[in-house]
Design a protein around this ligand. Structure first.
Ligand code: WT7
Length: 647
């Protein structure tokens, strides 16, 4: 593996932008953001063209972020209607089902229009109006995209809950946003087995207001329990509605969606994205980062339950009139060639996935890749966590055959789209680095303790952003103070990402991982506090502390130190029970990998748990425990080391 990979000449020749172009455009974007974004706003169709562009302040505590605030537009009209004149018969969505034998569907922009209008009319019949919240708990089926766009069309705010989350998590989110309707399916096939989605919804709705309706897509045809008062089949409701629906004019700053994400404290927070800035930013990053051109077939393997699916399966690609692949299945079923079979079958040109998937497939051997014709692929992308050198080399050599650029895209649920990423025709890649900022993005590296700006090019510290960009989240749903506190109070005047980073002599950014109590499990964010509160909710547990530890496939695994109640004895049965308990409370992705029985936890004299020490023990790195002299009872540490669990 080389240290640096220059842009591939064939790609530079056709790319939207080259190295000199990037430098000039970046300079313009930060020199005069108003003019820059006013020009970029022309990529959207506005019902009322904005006269105001940027009205933002990071001055603590009066954080206020508004983009295009007097503009009006409709997201669904931008993703569908405006393409009908030129590309009604072009495929908008290629849907690949879990079971390859079921056969793919090609949904044209015209079909998309009809389906979205019908679902929008059904939602209206269910009483949903502008500003109402609709929760989606769906498999990766076209109806998930229809539902998102149907909400956008009538001005409802969608909140997608990943179908892998538990009914408790679902109930919290339905209640948290006071949703009127939940859209789901009977079941979700994945890897040849079906999850009982509707059962989970029924469980969740027991804890919600009786008025909440449930719109059900028939996917598997499996038996489900029906709530006669509140349940509606989509196919039945659609039989009675018109197949056109006027898009509602929305203010650029009206919320488009809420998406819950974990933080370092408390319950997950509802990240709010708005209409104009978000769509513009998703569309623009999709075009430049992936060097998207007409005729390409773009595949992002994420689930629509995560922000990656929102921005790069649905909103970005469809705003650009692209053909986007939506995949219901998993990478390893029916066998480990599934991803590559899909690439071959649909002649995918850009492929975007996560390091954890690459590592899992790498472990299965390269013969699964080599049996497939991947000659259509021109570019590879990664997201979710820093990519390790072995995975990068395998992606480059085995999947890309050494001639596809890899774009390592750093961003977050909060940022709406890529903030630091190579542009394939412009920026040379360095394996493991997200490289340089996107247009309009001004990263800074601060000293973690003093908060001082690191002015030298070579620097290390925490990653913050100096000024707003259009795709930035606007608030935490129902709790603006939490928004201000979480992102703007630690380093005043900046948006704080929660990530650590290094900037090298060439000005390249290398993300080093979270510096807060958030861990990254298979590219998914998990608040350690959330797992801890699930554990202490169990009657046998008195106290729990959770940290991440290096895991070969997941990146980080979940390591739990558990102190039991008086009279409770540790046992293998209890261990399994606790693992399952966390699984039911949060979802399978939160299932602890390791549980260590801890008679005591290392605490300072003021009672604060010293996680630094717990992390080191979980990492099997006792040489570096650091100062333990402030501990109330240093012998606790010796016991934890002696009884360390795991490998
Ligand atoms: C956190 C955000 C946004 C898409 C998926 C995750 C980590 C994300 C990278 C990358 C290093 C990355 C960061 C970030 N992360 N992409 N290319 N290199 N780290 O979204 O769940 O909001 O998590 O994922 O730690 O803060 P998310």
């Amino acid at each position: 593996m080389k240290d640096i990979y220059e842009p591939v000449p064939e790609l530079v020749a056709r790319a939207h932008i080259d190295a000199a172009g990037y430098e000039a455009k970046y300079a313009a974007s930060v020199a005069d953001p108003e003019a820059f974004w006013a020009e970029e706003a022309k990529r959207l169709d506005w019902i009322k063209t904005p006269t105001k562009v940027k009205n933002t302040s990071f001055a603590y505590p009066d954080i206020s972020i508004k983009w295009f605030e007097d503009g009006e537009l409709n997201v669904a009209a931008n993703c569908i209607d405006r393409h009908l004149e030129t590309r009604a018969e072009q495929t908008a969505i290629i849907w690949e089902p879990d079971n390859p034998e079921e056969g793919a569907q090609h949904i044209t922009y015209r079909d998309l229009h009809t389906n979205v209008c019908k679902m929008a009319n059904v939602l209206k019949d269910l009483g949903v109006t502008k500003g109402d919240r609709v929760v989606l708990y769906m498999p990766m089926i076209p109806q998930a995209a229809y539902a998102m766009l149907a909400c956008a069309r009538i001005g409802a705010i969608h909140s997608i809950v990943f179908a892998g989350f538990s009914s408790d998590a679902l109930a919290n989110r339905v209640n948290g946003s006071q949703a009127k309707v939940v859209i789901t399916a009977d079941g979700a096939p994945r890897g040849g087995r079906a999850t009982n989605l509707k059962d989970n919804v029924n469980q969740a709705l027991l804890h919600c207001d009786d008025s909440v309706k449930c719109l059900v897509v028939r996917r598997t045809g499996q038996q489900i329990a029906w709530r006669p008062e509140g349940d509606v089949w989509l196919h039945e409701a659609e039989a009675n509605v018109a197949d056109t629906c006027e898009p509602v004019a929305m203010n650029a700053e009206d919320p488009l969606f809420i998406l819950y994400t974990s933080g370092s404290t408390g319950m997950p927070k509802g990240v709010v994205h708005t209409t104009g800035g978000y769509l513009l930013y998703a569309a623009m990053t999709h075009q430049y980062t992936f060097d998207y051109h007409d005729g390409d077939v773009f595949w992002c393997t994420a689930d629509v339950g995560w922000v990656t699916g929102h921005s790069y399966i649905v909103y970005g690609p469809l705003a650009n009139g692209a053909t986007t692949v939506m995949f219901e299945g998993v990478p390893t079923w029916p066998d480990a060639s599934r991803f590559w079979q899909v690439c071959e079958k649909h002649k995918v040109t850009q492929f975007y996935t996560a390091p954890t998937a690459i590592r899992a497939l790498m472990g299965k051997g390269k013969e699964w890749v080599e049996g497939c014709d991947l000659s259509s692929i021109r570019l590879l992308g990664t997201v979710g966590e820093p990519i390790n050198p072995e995975a990068w080399a395998w992606y480059n050599d085995v999947v890309g055959k050494g001639n596809c650029p890899i774009v390592d895209t750093w961003w977050q649920t909060e940022t709406g789209g890529h903030l630091i990423t190579p542009l394939p025709g412009a920026i040379a890649a360095k394996p493991g680095s997200a490289t340089k900022p996107f247009f309009g993005v001004q990263p800074e590296v601060l000293d973690a303790t003093t908060g001082e700006v690191q002015t030298e090019t070579q620097a290390e510290g925490v990653l913050v952003i100096k000024d707003s960009w259009p795709g930035q989240m606007r608030t935490v749903w129902g709790d603006h103070d939490r928004f201000v506190k979480t992102y703007f109070s630690d380093y005043k005047g900046y948006y704080f990402s929660g990530d650590g980073c290094r900037r090298d002599a060439d000005g390249y950014y290398w993300i080093t991982g979270r510096v807060d109590d958030v861990i990254n499990v298979s590219g998914h964010r998990m608040g350690t506090a959330e797992v801890e509160s699930a554990l202490v909710a169990h009657s046998a547990v008195s106290e729990a502390a959770v940290v991440g530890f290096p895991h070969d496939i997941k990146g980080q695994g979940i390591y739990c130190y558990v102190t039991l109640m008086e009279g409770q004895e540790p046992s293998d049965a209890l261990l399994v029970e606790l693992q399952n308990h966390v699984r039911t409370e949060i979802g399978p992705i939160a299932k602890p990998d390791v549980i260590q029985w801890a008679p005591g936890l290392p605490k300072t004299r003021s009672g604060k748990i010293m996680r630094r020490i717990l992390r080191k023990i979980a990492e099997n790195d006792y040489g570096a425990l650091g100062d333990t002299s402030t501990l109330a009872d240093p012998s606790v540490v010796d016991d934890l080391i002696a009884n360390r669990a795991g490998t």
